[in-house]
Design a protein around this ligand. Structure first.
Ligand code: ADP
Ligand code: MG
Length: 235
């Protein structure tokens, strides 16, 4: 049975897609069977992130139009990807309530199922949250991002979904002890990853390849692989 993780944050642009897609790829590189699902149905980015040429998508699966296996693609190290589509029409026909069935169908085939989620508080985030075994909160080291992310954490707790920890992303010049304490105190969970602001991430995005493959020795890749190693229980 797969361990199902949701990567979530209150605010947009904290790095959910970047972090979840790279952690999924890194876990696959460690020999784990990994599926990443793009549950950001409105602003789907995962297919672009992996430079996929997509035809059938999660939108079609959630509309009951295609079998889930027709919408799964392969990325680096054999990571499997279930992308959402890019059209408004697809978004409108997709029923997020069908996600539970999708997870039931795929659960036995993977060690990890990682869900990238939208920002905000709406059914498109709440349903993946409820269906997860663990939530990882991705935030930036700014007070607004911290505050918004903690709302997501509170919602997860409300559904009894444990929060594995917080990842602080886009850190410039280190994370002050003061901010680290603030995050720990207000979230009640540990910081499990600290990822620096790194131009290698933007360069990789323009090449549409995960940074852990493209710039494996960059500072961001080091942090991302470390998070994956912790999840895989090898660190
Ligand atoms: P979200 O999915 O939370 O909306 P994204 O993963 O799409 O956020 O990231 C938003 C933007 O921030 C992207 O342009 C991405 O390349 C950039 N980004 C994310 N993390 C970092 C980082 N550690 N260093 C530099 N740029 C980053
Ligand atoms: Mg995103």
């Amino acid at each position: 049975m797969a361990s199902i993780y949701t990567f979530a944050s209150g605010k947009g642009g904290t790095g959910k897609t970047t972090v979840s897609a790279n952690v999924a790829t890194a876990l696959a590189g460690m020999g784990r069977r990994v599926l990443i699902i793009d549950t950001d149905l409105g602003m789907a980015n995962v297919g672009l992130f992996f430079s996929l040429n997509i035809n059938k998508t999660l939108h079609d699966v959630l509309a009951g139009d295609v079998d889930v296996r027709e919408a799964i693609y392969e990325g680096p190290y054999g990571v499997k990807i279930l992308p959402a589509g890019y059209t408004i029409k697809g978004y409108q026909k997709a029923n997020i309530k069908m996600l539970e069935k999708v997870l039931d169908q795929l659960n036995r085939e993977f060690d990890f199922i990682i869900m990238d989620t939208p920002s905000g508080i709406n059914p498109n985030i709440i349903i993946p949250l409820k269906l997860s075994h663990y939530v990882i909160v991705v935030m930036n080291p700014e007070i607004t991002s911290i505050t918004d992310s903690l709302k997501t954490a509170t919602i997860a707790r409300g559904y009894d979904v444990p929060i594995s920890g917080v990842i602080v992303n886009r850190i410039e010049n280190g994370l002050s002890q003061n901010l680290r304490n603030k995050i720990n105190e207000s979230s009640g969970v540990d910081i499990i990853g600290e990822i620096p602001a790194d131009v290698a991430i933007q360069k990789s995005l323009s090449l549409q390849k995960p940074v852990v493959c493209n710039y494996p020795t960059s500072a961001a890749s080091f942090s991302l692989k470390r998070i994956a190693a912790q999840m895989a229980g090898i660190e």
